[in-house]
Design a protein around this ligand. Structure first.
Ligand code: 5GP
Ligand code: MG
Length: 188
């Protein structure tokens, strides 16, 4: 794997982002909504940088991009109360932006006082929506990355750094996924 961002660099970036977010909201209470599962590490590290009163919840988004509708299904079972609150949506990466754009639209229907988005990564030249992340840590080249929460077929999420997925890593992950599937079938 080719390391793109090491753990020290990530830590510094998250700290910088935390300061930026803190400066924007000041001491106003903030409701943070993390998008599972990719944002787990970023969310946990970012929370530690913030000192205003905080509420934290999570949502899960599943996109049906191959279907015609291209719509996003949102599991909001663990989402905190949104109405009347300043909400910050936190995710791992802003690629085309479609996911976060649709999530903000859906959350907007719950009448928050404000809604902004913070991502760790944003990809160069990929944005397809009319809105950019309000806060981001790093701009990266248009390549598929894993680690620090980001997965490929459920593998590599736990890596403490962010790396570009190379062909051997991709093959290894495919093999692990197939084995897991076989194991699950055998266990039934
Ligand atoms: P978007 O809707 O912005 O195009 O895509 C957002 C989602 O696609 C992200 O939340 C993430 O789950 C996935 N994604 C986009 N680029 C990458 C990448 O380079 N690596 C990984 N692991 N996931 C990505
Ligand atoms: Mg995601």
């Amino acid at each position: 794997m080719r390391i793109l961002l090491g753990d020290n660099e990530i830590r510094e970036g998250v700290r910088r982002l935390g300061r930026e977010i803190q400066a924007f909201y000041g001491h106003r209470p903030l409701t943070i909504v993390g998008v599972m599962t990719g944002s787990v590490m970023f969310l946990a590290d970012l929370l530690r940088e913030l000192t205003m009163p905080l509420r934290v919840g999570v949502i899960q988004a599943r996109s049906y991009r191959n279907s015609k509708a291209g719509k996003l299904v949102m599991n909001a079972e663990f989402m905190p109360q949104i109405a009347g609150r300043d909400v910050l949506l936190v995710d791992d990466i802003f690629d085309t932006g479609q996911t976060l754009f649709e999530l903000t639209e859906q959350i907007d229907c719950l009448r928050p006082k404000s809604i902004r988005m913070a991502v760790l990564l944003t990809k160069e030249g990929r944005q397809k929506v009319g809105r950019n992340p309000d806060h981001f840590g790093f701009e990266i080249p248009d390549q598929f990355v894993v680690g620090y929460g980001l997965d490929y077929r459920d593998a590599y999420r736990h890596l403490p750094y962010i790396a570009i997925l190379e062909e051997p890593d991709r093959i290894a992950a495919e093999r692990m996924a197939e084995e897991a599937e076989r194991g699950a079938v055998a266990a039934v």
